[in-house]
Design a protein around this ligand. Sequence first.
Ligand code: ADP
Ligand code: ZN
Length: 519
Amino acid sequence: MQQAKKILREVFGYQEFRLHQEEIISALASGKDVFALMPTGGGKSLCYQLPALLREGVGVVISPLIALMQDQVEALKILGVKAAYLNSTLSHQQINLLEADLRNGKIDLLYIAPERLLKSKTIDFLSSIQVSLFAIDEAHCVSQWGHDFRPEYQQLSMLANHFPEVPRIALTATADQRTREEIIQQLGLSSARQFVNSFDRPNIRYTISEANQSRESLWRFIETSHPNDAGIVYCLSRRKVESVADWLSKKGRVALPYHAGLTSEARSANQQRFLREEGIIIVATIAFGMGIDKPDVRFVAHLSLPKSLEAYYQETGRAGRDGQAANAWMAYGLNDVISLKHMLQQSEAADSFKQISQQKLESMLGLCELTTCRRISILSYFGETYQQPCGNCDNCLSPPKGWNASVEAQKALSCVYRTGQRFGSGYVIDVLRGKEDQRIIDNQHHQLSTFGVGSELSVAQWRSLLRQLIARGFLSSNYDRFGALSLTEKCRPLLKGEAEFFAREMVEKAKSTKKATPS
Ligand code: ADP
Ligand code: ZN
């Protein structure tokens, strides 16, 4: 690996490898398959760019976004790397020239969109030249459980059959256990070496509040904490993007909109300004940011609730990539929750998908309602244990006063237990509230001691409490079994009365519960 170090320094200009980069590069260089899970900013690109320079032939990088490809290729060319992309923006003539270069071994890295790669003429062409490796970037796009599902990605499994000799690396920054397994299975990577980096972003401070006048509090936040900094503000709708951008501009900041309703020229112009000028705020729908590499984004603000913890993590992860202190700030209104739920119900997705999405939204709300360390909860969602409260989130810095919900929590936990850990929140709540439901009677659950012990709380309040129990790891909600709740090891002291449970004030208490809880 002397050679790899040399390239790292001389071509890329870095002194040391980051966590796992060296092992990944050496595995690929020796022809092994790799699965790499690294948080955004972890340095994934180098993991395939460098071995492509070490090995004979061209490294083929499969990437879902054309704009991203061009940026990466430009950046590589500046470093003196022979890189190119193949996509629909090229003319016939350009393609012929590129193919000639590829045949003559003049290209080390070729970026390509999946739909292009999958064409039989592309596959035939690649079979006729030497390919050093395949890198499947944003590999979570293969997963229906992920948030960026792209059907073409699933067909990438054919690479293993067509190019059995060529090592493959799948990379992603998104992976709850479920998505991770699906990537490995769909892409035929079960014998790949796996590398998983911690998802902790210690320099990001998480702050979440519920607010009705969220625009005003956004302004207070920007004015006090980031008067001159670059940042991203995420909103749910195009209309809100426009109005918030206008409003921030009136306040004297350069704030540019970014959403799918703008022409691609306008979008890319705004993006370029954001990258090149200082102190610009981009106001965007979630369409913004995949692969944006701006190291000094000092804050990411959400004016509405992201639809899952994965999305929240990815979006907030765009702050502070340079390792300096950054803020992930969010103020969401309950109306967003209602609209998200509504959008989901109205969508034409399969029921199973709706159900998963619903649970993901519940997990996100669970994080919002937490009274304890946010970081512990975020990391535990991604399968990591983080022992001590972080000291760098709102709840750690100024602990919210909750109410002692130990008794209610015990009721909920024992109800989950007595109904056999086979049911989702809706059912458990019905039993707690003593609803005369046929299904409950059929299961003889109306005879349980926990039947009707929870009539003091509304459905919405119970939902909130269950979410908090899930978010803090007392209950787990099982995607595979339609959201069935089950107890975790952590419950014991709480059930025995040896520990207390403080819950956040019920956010849905004051609102009409009819609209907020379709179930
Ligand atoms: P990811 O794709 O995982 O989000 P990138 O590959 O875009 O991350 O890398 C994030 C940033 O870290 C980039 O600016 C990149 O140039 C830089 N980087 C990557 N590897 C190293 C390294 N070994 N030393 C220093 N900086 C690095
Ligand atoms: Zn914390």
